[in-house]
Design a protein around this ligand. Structure first.
Ligand code: CP
Length: 305
């Protein structure tokens, strides 16, 4: 039995296979319409979500399966003090696979250690968000045609943004990927990512504060929101929340084929006027999230079509 807790749980070859499957699902949805008949997906979300939870549910429904779950800690027995370990032991007898989102780093790993069914980390605190990474990789590979030989800018809250941490972990395994880390000083990428991931793999990267200084050299720009829910005080959040706003003027400095990605939700960091730019692919990215989660469910359940 396999789980997905970190993007490193799949080798590059396995990732390629998964992304190929996602593209096949995109092109031939009918082929997969009954692949998960009589299978059940549990979505255990202790934190708010729109895309991850609903795209998981859409994915299982598209595969002919069923879904059950809860969408907030308050509507589960976590509110009465039940542990994640006990919850997953119970869910193991109700469902065939489980996607869990939790505010505490490591919660999905704990769940996996007590589970009799595959567990998918749908976001654990400020740590990792591997299925967002699968979505990001599928988006870049499908629209750019490659995952190697790219310069990617990661912009915004690189400290608390778990999607950024997972994406860096995944991309360092491809050839000639360069990173430009764009953040204010207080929201720099954590030291363990710089030391244990970037430097340890000999990856070329630089850190800048101004988006204008870097945007012209990027093949992809990954914008992120400032993660209000992870700040210790509101004053810091208010001071930093509008540090970056990608607008039409800044897009004019970018390459003609630079992709703009964002895991969403967006707050103010991308002006609505950018949405019509063909390089803005963040809504398409959310759509890719369904295909890749369908591919993931099939893979973890060991179902071949
Ligand atoms: N990208 C993402 O995780 O969005 P949600 O928080 O809406 O699931």
């Amino acid at each position: 039995m396999r789980h997905l807790i970190s993007p490193l749980d799949f080798s590059v070859e396995e990732l390629d296979k998964l992304l190929d499957l996602a593209n096949d699902i995109e092109n031939n949805p009918d082929k997969y319409a009954e692949a998960c008949k009589r299978k059940k997906l549990a979505t255990c979300f202790y934190e708010p979500s729109t895309r991850t939870r609903l795209s998981f549910e859409a994915a299982m429904l598209n595969l002919g399966g069923s879904v059950l779950g809860f969408a907030g800690a308050d509507s589960s027995s976590a509110a009465k003090g039940e542990s994640v370990s006990d919850t997953i032991r119970v869910i193991s007898s109700y469902a065939d696979i489980c996607a869990i989102r939790h505010p505490k780093e490591g919660a999905a790993l704990v769940a996996a250690s007590k589970s009799d069914i595959p567990v998918i980390n749908a976001g654990d605190g400020g740590h990792q968000h591997p299925t967002q990474t699968l979505t990001d990789l599928l988006t870049i590979r499908s629209l750019k045609g490659r995952l190697d030989n790219i310069t990617i800018g990661l912009c915004g809250d690189l400290k608390f943004g778990r999607t950024v941490h997972s994406l860096i972990h995944a991309l360092v395994r491809y050839e000639n990927v360069k990173f430009v880390l764009i953040s204010p000083e207080e929201l720099r990428v954590p030291e363990y990512i710089r030391e244990d991931v970037l430097k340890a793999h000999g990856i070329e990267y630089k850190e800048v504060e101004r988006l204008e200084d870097a945007i012209g050299e990027l093949d992809a720009l990954y914008m992120t929101r400032v993660q209000r829910e992870r700040f210790f005080n509101e004053e810091d959040y208010i001071r930093l929340k509008d540090f970056y706003v990608l607008n039409k003027a800044k897009m004019e400095m970018a390459k003609e084929d630079m992709l703009v990605l964002h895991p969403l939700p967006r707050v103010n960091e991308i002006a609505v006027e950018v949405d019509d730019d063909p390089r803005a692919v963040y809504f398409k990215q959310a759509q890719y999230g369904v295909y890749v989660r369908m591919a993931l469910i099939l893979t973890l359940l060991g179902i071949e079509v």
